[in-house]
Design a protein around this ligand. Structure first.
Ligand SMILES: *[C@@H]1O[C@H](CO)[C@@H](O)[C@H](O)[C@H]1NC(C)=O
Ligand SMILES: *[C@@H]1O[C@H](CO)[C@@H](O)[C@H](O)[C@H]1NC(C)=O
Ligand SMILES: *[C@@H]1O[C@H](CO)[C@@H](O)[C@H](O)[C@H]1NC(C)=O
Length: 364
């Protein structure tokens, strides 16, 4: 594989719970290893692979907080670049921007550990993400294992054409705001054959995203297994959209053959009152639910007054709309995992078709 890198790539190491000051710490620490200092030219012609490896060697071998810096506005030519551990540093943050045609293959050996537990105690801290991609086109990320991220495990923002496969995310169910993968302002993104156990959304698909598929099988695919397994966590969510009266859109999202186990939610669309835009052409199909509290939710009052507070039991199906049109629910069968437990549905301001469902849905 040959890739041309034109980017700011920061492979940083941060000690946990610097609570909001981690960026400053990264700036002020002495362990900064700049690939230019190791002989990288960044002219798009010279082979910079060895310079990158030497810089990585020192970054990885340094104690405490250390950062590998690849300055922006240059074109790096690297060939089969392999960053190997084990490192002396305790946690790794990888931020990649403006890289086209990049493949990251974790080979399923080893695991990136964010050691996030001390961050989780501080709810208001802006927390680093372990793997973040910004403005990267034709990206492929595979066989990567990530655990205990301080914040979201992975983010994709402003990217076109990315395939994430064989991702393994593991964080405890009590870890707050540790989304598995967040997608925003991106298109043609495919996530498949992955397992995501976390304390927040398995996958969140945010504003500006289109043509997102979580597990669409290819035409030649004959596998019968579930392609993305979520749980524990908060399920797969479109949004939240429209925060702070913003205009946001999400369209063409396809979620087939996923499973949810021990999650608080299954399929969810959430929008803030006061926001505008749309979420359209979204399908969830062939979804398996096991021990899921709220399985199907359209919440257009997110962050606001909850219309459904009077329900004592779990709301299996909750269609709390302000304006929902052309929504189809069919062949939805949800049974309580606990005997004699009350099961409810809620439906308001809904325009669409309700086919066969258990529990029955009566719309106001
Ligand atoms: C990395 O460092 C080790 C020892 O610290 C050395 O043996 C190895 O050759 C170095 N590799 C590179 C690419 O500099
Ligand atoms: C889901 O998997 C089943 C086999 O379990 C397969 O028959 C079906 O085509 C798949 N559905 C979708 C929408 O991918
Ligand atoms: C779900 O919860 C049950 C009971 O607590 C547990 O035995 C099982 O391992 C959990 N499964 C997952 C995927 O978390």
């Amino acid at each position: 594989m040959q890739v041309l890198i034109s980017c700011v790539l920061i492979l940083g190491f941060a000690s946990p719970c610097l609570c909001g000051r981690w960026i400053n710490v990264a700036k002020t620490n002495n362990n900064i290893f700049n690939v230019i200092a190791y002989g990288a030219r960044g002219d798009g012609i010279s082979d910079d692979t060895q310079a990158f490896l030497r810089a990585w060697n020192h970054t990885c071998g340094a104690e405490g907080t250390s950062t590998l810096v690849i300055p922006p506005k240059k074109l790096y030519f690297v060939n089969n670049l392999e960053f190997r551990g084990a490192c002396k540093a305790t946690s790794i943050l990888i931020q990649i921007q403006y890289v086209n045609g990049l493949t990251i293959d974790g080979t399923r050996r080893g695991r990136i550990n964010g050691h996030g537990s001390t961050w989780w105690q501080c709810k208001s801290c802006p927390r680093p993400r372990i793997l973040s991609f910004y403005a990267c086109n034709d990206l492929s990320v595979r066989n990567v294992r990530i655990t205990n991220s301080p914040g979201a495990h992975g983010t994709i923002n402003g990217c076109n054409r990315a395939k994430i496969s064989n991702l393994d995310v593991q964080s405890p169910s009590h870890s707050p705001n540790t989304d598995g993968f967040d997608i925003s302002s991106s298109k043609n993104i495919l996530i498949e054959d992955s397992t995501i156990r976390t304390g927040d959304d398995c996958i969140a698909i945010n504003g500006g995203s289109s043509y997102i598929s979580v597990s669409r099988p290819t035409r030649f695919d004959s596998s019968t297994r579930v392609r993305v397994a979520c749980g524990p966590g908060h399920g797969i969510s479109i949004g939240s959209l429209g925060k702070g009266n913003s205009y946001e859109t999400v369209e063409e999202v396809n979620v087939p053959n996923c499973s949810f186990t021990n999650t608080t939610n299954g399929a969810r669309i959430k929008t803030f009152p006061g926001g505008s835009g749309y979420a359209k052409k979204i399908t969830f199909e062939q979804i398996q639910l096991t021990n899921v509290k709220n399985t199907i939710i359209i919440d257009q009052h997110y962050g606001g007054k909850v219309a459904t507070e009077s329900y004592a039991g779990d709301l299996a199906i909750n269609l709390d709309c302000m304006s929902c049109f052309n929504v189809v629910l069919d062949q939805v069968y949800i049974f309580s995992s606990q005997e004699k437990k009350e099961f409810h549905s809620f439906c308001k301001n809904f325009h669409g078709t309700i086919g066969s469902t258990i529990p029955r849905v009566y719309c106001k």
